[in-house]
Design a protein around this ligand. Structure first.
Ligand SMILES: [Fe+2]
Ligand SMILES: [Fe+2]
Length: 362
């Protein structure tokens, strides 16, 4: 996003976009079976019981079956020939700097694979928070959807924390898309104009989540076809659920988001505590450094409605530990904003931030 070649480019028409995306993902789907991408998931989660081994056995048959079907379609010239993509980057022997860079990248990859997250520890944190009186009051049907989403995350991303975060961040932006959609719609109908400031806040929140997402992409969270398939489909479903919920009750829509944002706080909090040493030995991704240390932090300040304008949050960003700590703190700011949207205190926040803000001299 921050590279000069792609920044601000206008998209092609929807048909071209859909077609090129389909071609790219079809190739990725074929590769996932032919070169067995799923083995990396099995490697991270070795079967611990007879049932686990049986499930993996069935999975392997399915992968092999689709792989054979793909080969047959390729032979019949229905599909194009598939060649493995080159996995290594080579440098000239005299390019010492290039060789060092590759070595460093390899070391980083090895360390990233060692990062751990225990599902149980995340649940323990959530229960401890609820016991401490910081739970989110919510109706049972909202809690039911929330719990199913959490169990789905635990199941799909066990021992794959970076991929889990990438999924979470893909889905986490959707509520803000939904709120902005609805506020635009109400304004277009002429029903409700007071949402303009809210739209600005939701856009700044979405901008923040977008950067979380890009950080996870820079760490390789979106590399598997299956993860992209799961996250993007879940995101579209989630978007429409939130749109429908907002139609009937904006408070409930915000309440659902508060639950998810608190879950993110618990997950990231557990992750930084469990991997402190390793994270401190890793550098921050460029996108994180640009976002948190930019000279222009207007968007960063805009989503933190409960922070004071005169004493804004200015986090450091020297290691991957700082990055995850910052993300965790951002998520807590999202929780506060979502709560303020339910009890209408966001209105006071908007007014007081405006009054505290810089004045234009006359
Ligand atoms: Fe996030
Ligand atoms: Fe979030």
């Amino acid at each position: 996003m921050y590279s000069k070649e792609v920044d601000g480019r206008i998209p092609h028409n929807a048909f071209q976009l859909a077609w090129s995306n389909f071609q790219e993902e079809l190739r990725a789907l074929r590769e996932s079976f032919r070169f067995d991408e799923y083995s990396s998931i099995a490697e991270a989660n070795p079967a611990r019981s007879a049932l686990g081994r049986a499930v993996y056995g069935v999975g392997q048959v399915v992968v092999d079956g689709f792989g054979a079907l793909d080969r047959a379609l390729e032979k019949g010239q229905v599909l194009e020939p598939l060649r493995p993509r080159p996995m290594t980057v080579s440098v000239e022997p005299e390019d010492a700097q290039g060789a060092q860079l590759i070595n460093e990248c390899q070391e980083i990859r090895v360390k990233l694979k060692q990062l751990k997250l225990s599902n149980k520890a995340v649940w323990d944190r959530e229960h401890a928070r609820e016991k401490a009186g910081k739970g989110v009051k919510t109706p049972w049907f909202i809690k039911g959807v929330y719990l199913s989403l959490c169990y789905l995350l635990d199941f799909l991303f066990d021992n794959r924390p970076v991929q889990r975060f990438w999924f979470l961040e893909t889905v986490a932006r959707m509520p803000y898309f939904s709120y902005i959609t609805m506020l635009h719609l109400y304004e277009s109908f002429g029903w409700w104009r007071a949402g303009a400031e809210l739209r600005k806040i939701h856009f700044a929140e979405e901008w923040n989540e977008l950067h979380h997402l890009q950080i996870m992409e820079s760490l390789g969270g979106d590399q598997l076809w299956f993860d992209r398939f799961a996250a993007l489909h879940a995101a579209v479903v989630y978007y429409w659920i939130l749109v429908a919920l907002y139609v009937f009750s904006p408070e409930l829509a915000y309440n659902f988001s508060e639950l998810i944002e608190y879950h993110a706080v618990d997950t990231y909090g557990e992750f930084v505590d469990a991997n402190e040493e390793l994270l401190k030995s890793l550098p921050p991704p460029l996108v994180a450094a640009v976002y948190y240390r930019s000279p222009d932090l207007y968007m960063f300040d805009s989503f933190q409605t409960s922070q004071s304008v005169s004493n804004p949050r200015r986090p450091t960003c020297k290691s991957l530990y700082d990055v995850f700590r910052n993300i965790c703190d951002d998520e807590l700011e999202h929780v506060k904003t979502m709560r303020a949207c339910q009890d209408s205190t966001v209105q006071q926040d908007i007014v007081s931030r405006r009054e505290d803000g810089p004045r234009v001299g006359l």
